[in-house]
Design a protein around this ligand. Structure first.
Ligand SMILES: *Cc1c(COP(=O)(O)O)cnc(C)c1O
Length: 409
């Protein structure tokens, strides 16, 4: 048994360690099987231990891992072209994570502002937003618990309520220095909140009128998860800047900031960069993820499975006294309870052998892999219903769960 006390306590970890996975299933050190309804928080959309991804990683690792962005990288050029073809964007910058992708977007917005002679460019962000943990993306995030202790946060951000176009119009009148809007089409950490199509369309129009960049954070809701390749494609709008990460590598770290129009050509050599970002291995994995998603029509599959999950939950939990709403789009589903329910994460593991997360203290969040079969979706519904039922049948708990229990915060 290894020792967790050598790790900084950045997480309130569950006392379980998984040693292998397959598709939507995981096994712990005792060989106990679990059903994964979060896919590493919207990352392993093609399932754990995907054999095609594993093979490509092995092949590329024994061919060429890394050179440098000093040189051309064919896999990076290919992935850039393919992401642009899927989105209507024109150019890509590759990095290693979601936060880094958003950092690139925020830097582009400031460059764009300075290009327009705005000395103190402001970026409009949303209430309930999550954009990452670097200082700039933490500033863009709306979560006092995550921000506290890290002040001073950065200037240059204005916040408005999510899904409220009048609030944006009001701020626009008072703030001539706004240059961009950054928004998640479906807020993930914010509790699975879906922006209305009419709102995003009105935001697009307002951005055009004001000369603002519309920057979409599709890090969690992109890559097929909501039933379209990217969530904004349900609405017909096209952003100026879009960020992607999480499922793009199916667990291999990669992020991308995509842009079109004037902003796609803003960066000149030396203004931004990364050592690891866009290396041949990461980009080849990204290309393979796109291949598999296209071949197996996984965005469409996510729509079908998402409907099944949502209607299954609504049936199973109808009239439940604690359930306030069940909402979602595709395979992003939130079940909001009328109480704090963070303890359900541990109880789901122990009692139902089910991986879930809880966001904003009171919303159960489900983000299953896009390769789940119907029976696994039904199984998720059954286990969530059992978890929330007072006389739930429980799966036998695992012996090791009590060991190395870390204090939860
Ligand atoms: C996860 C996430 C991020 C941050 O990505 P990291 O890879 O953890 O840096 C940013 N925005 C959204 C919407 C996310 O879900």
């Amino acid at each position: 048994m290894t020792n967790p006390s050598y790790l900084m306590r950045a997480y309130a970890r569950q006392p379980v360690s998984f040693t292998r996975g397959s598709g939507a299933r995981l096994w712990d050190q005792q060989g106990v099987e679990y059903l994964d309804a979060i896919a590493g928080v919207a990352v392993t959309s093609l399932g754990h231990a995907n054999t095609e991804i594993a093979q490509v990683i092995a092949e590329q690792a024994s061919t060429l891992l890394h050179t440098s962005n000093v040189f051309r990288i064919d896999w990076q050029e290919q992935l850039g072209e393919r992401l642009c073809a899927l989105t209507g964007m024109e150019k890509a910058f590759f990095c290693n994570s979601g936060a880094e992708a958003n950092e690139a977007a925020l830097k582009l917005a400031r460059l764009y502002g300075h290009r327009k002679q705005v000395a103190q460019p402001q970026i409009l962000v949303m209430e309930n937003a999550f954009h990452g943990r670097t200082i700039a993306t933490l500033t863009a995030t709306d979560n006092p618990a995550k921000q506290q202790g890290f002040e001073p946060l950065l200037p240059g951000f204005l916040r408005v309520p999510f899904n409220d176009i009048d609030a944006v119009r009001r701020v626009a009148e008072q703030s001539p220095d706004i240059v961009a809007v950054l928004i998640e089409p479906v807020q993930g950490e914010g509790g699975i909140r879906v922006a209305d199509a009419a709102y995003l369309q009105a935001l697009r129009t307002l951005c055009d009128q004001q000369g603002w960049l519309l920057m979409l954070d599709e890090i969690q809701c992109g890559m097929g998860r909501t039933g379209a390749w990217f969530a904004h494609q349900h609405t017909g709008i096209v952003p100026d800047v879009m960020t992607v990460a999480k499922a793009l590598g199916n667990g291999f770290p990669i992020g991308a900031c995509l842009a079109r129009g004037e902003v796609a050509d803003l960066l000149s050599p030396g203004q931004h960069g990364t050592t690891f970002g866009g290396n041949p291995l990461a980009c080849r994995v990204g290309c393979t993820v796109l291949d598999i998603m296209a071949r197996d029509d996984l965005p469409k599959r996510a729509a079908t499975l998402g409907d099944r999950l949502l209607s299954g939950l609504r049936d199973a939990l109808s009239g439940h006294p604690e359930v306030v709403t069940i909402r979602g789009l595709g395979l992003m589903v939130g079940i909001e309870l009328n109480r704090d329910c963070k303890e359900l994460v541990g109880r789901a593991l122990n009692e139902q052998h089910l991986l879930i997360t809880v966001t904003r203290n009171s919303t159960i969040r489900l983000l299953p892999a896009l390769i789940c079969d119907d029976a696994q979706i039904d199984d998720i519904v059954a286990r969530v219903a059992a978890l929330l039922s007072p006389e739930a049948p429980t799966y036998p708990g695992t012996a090791a769960l009590a060991e190395h229990m870390e204090p939860t915060t």
